[in-house]
Design a protein. Sequence first.
Length: 389
Amino acid sequence: MRTPGVPGYRPHMQNENAFHFAAEGAGFPIPVVVWGTGNMGRAAIRSIDAHPGLELAAVLVSSPAKVGRDAGDLAGLDRSLGVAATTDVDAALAALGGAGAVAYTASGDIRPAAAAADAARCLSAGAVVVTPALYALYDHRSAPPELTGPLLAAAKEGASALFASGVDPGWGNDVLPVLVSAMAGTVDEVRCQEIFDYSTYDQPDSVRLLVGMGQPMDYEPPIVAAGVPTMVWGGQVRMIARALGVELDEIRETLERRQLEVDVTNAMGLFEAGTQGALRFEVQGVVDGVPRIVIEHVTRIGADCAPDWPLPPDGGAGAHRVVIEGRPRIEVSLEATDEGDNRAAGGNATAANRLVNAIPWLTAAEPGLYDGLDVPLAPASGRIGRSTP
Ligand SMILES: NC(=O)c1ccc[n+]([C@@H]2O[C@H](COP(=O)([O-])OP(=O)(O)OC[C@H]3O[C@@H](n4cnc5c(N)ncnc54)[C@H](OP(=O)(O)O)[C@@H]3O)[C@@H](O)[C@H]2O)c1
């Protein structure tokens, strides 16, 4: 019989509730501000609109061209939501009346310090913050104190909470593998894969500059520069290790890149033959010298590049997959689509929904920082049969 003294056996996690069934009561609907209306912001507006316990209070934009546009229009809905986009942060936060929530979906990629300062401003105003933009906070327990310190102080001041989640797409590398492991017997390896053709991920800066698609093969894509994958995905490897009760010796990275054999043209323009057309990397959590918890990305620009690498099981443009090697072997593959059969938009929408659906639980949580394993899943209560055009 196993006892709590056995290494790797931890019978009690911090949060033992897998699901949170929100009960409407005082304070509902919860007012929510969406800050930033790119891929994630559009999805967040639709998510709030669909949620019976939430109400869109304001939409903040940085681009002057969007000021005054209705949220429904910005989110690709075919109706007005009666909320005009603004750049007035003070007015938007005032609309929350010292409580409520902010879905912070403005980019944090090139402005991480500014994004963290914005999040702290919302927290100290008393608003719960959910965000995909602060990678270092996906596993806040391993985030640098210079980042967490001001946010914790702001959360204390505002009696508020922050939940950061988002990449792959915010559940594929934390709650999903842990959930699937609940059906496992012996486990040799937990592998989380994002297999994606980025042709439909209409974010040219990320695709060309960050990931390096269409760049000469001697270009070093910043997203896979030594140490960066660990910075972005290492927290999730650590979270899975924490849930499975194992100590990691180290986190390792692997990288392979392939060039395009032929020119590829898509909505972002031309990607020339001879330039980078695919990359594949792993962030490996090593236990007793063996990679046991692996986050793997297989990313292409065009389905024909690197055909011998893993492809989405259903032949579509992208999938998130969890494979548990062991006995039994378990494989779960998820394909989401949105905004016209677009897999990237589908992934974004699931990431936004995970965050937005967590708001009711977070408004009742103790002040502080929360990750994907701290925050229970909120089923889509009250949304069956509600169509979102
Ligand atoms: N897409 C995903 O599944 C995913 C996954 C993980 C993490 N993330 C992270 O989530 C964030 C948003 O992703 P996304 O795909 O929605 O990006 P996006 O489509 O590029 O949108 C980002 C938005 O940020 C706002 N913005 C840009 N520059 C700004 C500035 N200087 N000051 C204030 N706001 C600015 C803009 O909104 P306005 O035009 O409204 O001002 C822009 O539309 C990024 O940090 C991304 O890395 C996304």
